[in-house]
Design a protein around this ligand. Structure first.
Ligand code: FAD
Ligand code: EPU
Length: 335
């Protein structure tokens, strides 16, 4: 069913009250094709869970929600399984399904909001794992030709919060299904952040994938706002990758600045730390602001507009540039 002047409030985790000129959902490639043929000249937005988007105004075009369901095993042996999920499955439910079936590899990515289909878009990552570590292949509908193309790992050109779909193929494809290669002999990855501490507190010495998932869920709940209670889209900015020289300058002034090795001798800094040091953490203006527990997360307390949040983001970028000489890049997609 095609809806006109449709409120997207329930379809974006910032909880912004904006309207789509037309809105519909699709359950397979044929329905998608039909909808695209019905509205050949409308501006198009494919939406999953709306957990990485910021609407700065009404969407004057066609919003199509991906509702392609279904999970199936494509190949299996004693060591691994290749499992395929429809793009419209909810990511965290897919993670739990894999854990229940003892397929390992995505437990560190527990509780990330959104759909399976969006996971390769920005190569979702958390707690030491990125989708690229387990990605096998995907199928995508090529909007211009109506053909279905398969993308291998190499084709996706994954990087830190990057893929070919955010770059040279931007706006050209609708992801229909994603295949992951998961292990039946898990290598537990508890090196990141507080996972080990949480497991220790619980007295778990030999954790399984369910234990890791539970620990990640506990940590995430303790610091990230639940979009059901406070509107947000997770990290608003990427962690900046800077030259060794700039990192060293910052470390000379602030020896405690978190920093991590990055490709080609550069360093990755923690944007949340920079934003906190610049005095933004917990700052609230009217009904929007910077989260109290995680400075990388911008929030809508109820009645904010996307424009207000976008302006706050620009002020933060300016302030971090002035104070540290570091350019923050937005992670959230603007519409
Ligand atoms: P949407 O927001 O609906 O879409 C995002 C972009 O992908 C849009 O440009 C959209 O057009 C496009 N898109 C979506 N589906 C398709 C498709 N099938 N085909 C083509 N294009 C498509 N991200 C992380 O990486 N790590 C985290 O730890 C993390 N934590 C978060 C915590 C919170 C509380 C929130 C709210 C968000 C967090 N995020 C995190 C961001 C978000 O969860 C991910 O980016 C997620 O993959 C977005 O999925 P979605 O279905 O909601 O995408
Ligand atoms: N920090 C601060 N102040 C803050 C926030 C963080 O000083 O307000 C410091 C922390 O103390 C820590 C460092 O910054 O030393 C990193 O913080 P954290 O481990 O919380 O992770 P992050 O770098 O802020 C990234 C991802 C998250 C992901 C977590 C866990 C990006 C842009 N964000 O956040 O992803 O869940 O690591 O792996 O890479 C998302 O993409 O939406 C997202 C939430």
């Amino acid at each position: 069913m095609i809806q006109k002047h449709y409120s997207l409030k329930e379809n974006n985790t910032f909880g912004l009250e904006v309207f789509a000129k037309y809105f519909s959902a699709f359950r397979n490639a044929d329905e998608l094709k039909h909808l695209l043929n019905t509205f050949p000249n409308e501006k198009l937005l494919i939406l999953g869970g709306g957990s990485n988007v910021l609407f700065t105004e009404d969407f004057n075009g066609l919003v199509l929600k991906n509702d392609i369901k279904g999970i199936s095993v494509k190949e299996e042996n004693e060591e691994y399984v290749i499992i395929e999920s429809g793009a419209g499955e909810i990511w965290h439910e897919f993670v739990l399904y894999c854990i229940d079936n003892k397929y390992a590899g995505i437990e560190n990515l527990s509780l990330i909001p959104g759909s399976v289909g969006a996971s390769p878009m920005q190569n979702i990552g958390a707690y030491g794992v990125e989708i690229k570590d387990v990605f096998h292949a995907l199928t995508a509908f090529h909007i211009a030709s109506g053909e279905i193309h398969t993308f291998s790992h190499t084709d996706c050109e994954f990087g830190y919060r990057e893929s070919v779909f955010k770059n040279k193929c931007k706006g050209q494809y609708v992801i229909l299904s994603v295949q992951f290669k998961l292990s039946k002999n898990p290598t537990i990855n508890v090196s990141y952040g507080a996972i080990q501490d949480v497991l220790q507190e619980k007295g778990i010495k030999n954790p399984g994938i369910k234990d890791v998932s539970d620990a990640v869920i506990e940590i995430r709940r303790s610091k990230l706002p639940d979009p059901v209670e406070i509107g947000n889209a997770g990290s608003f900015f990427k962690n900046p990758v800077v030259s060794e020289e700039l990192a060293q300058q910052i470390l000379n002034a602030y020896p405690d600045a978190p920093n991590y090795p990055a490709p080609n001798g550069s360093r990755k800094l923690a944007a949340g730390w920079l934003i906190e040091k610049a005095g933004w953490k917990g700052k609230r203006i009217e009904d929007y602001g910077v989260h109290v527990k995680q400075a990388l997360v911008l929030v809508n307390y109820g009645t904010a507009t996307g424009d207000q949040i976008a302006q706050l983001a620009d002020q933060i970028i300016h302030s971090i540039q002035e104070k540290f000489g570091v350019t923050l890049e937005k992670e959230v997609n603007f519409y």
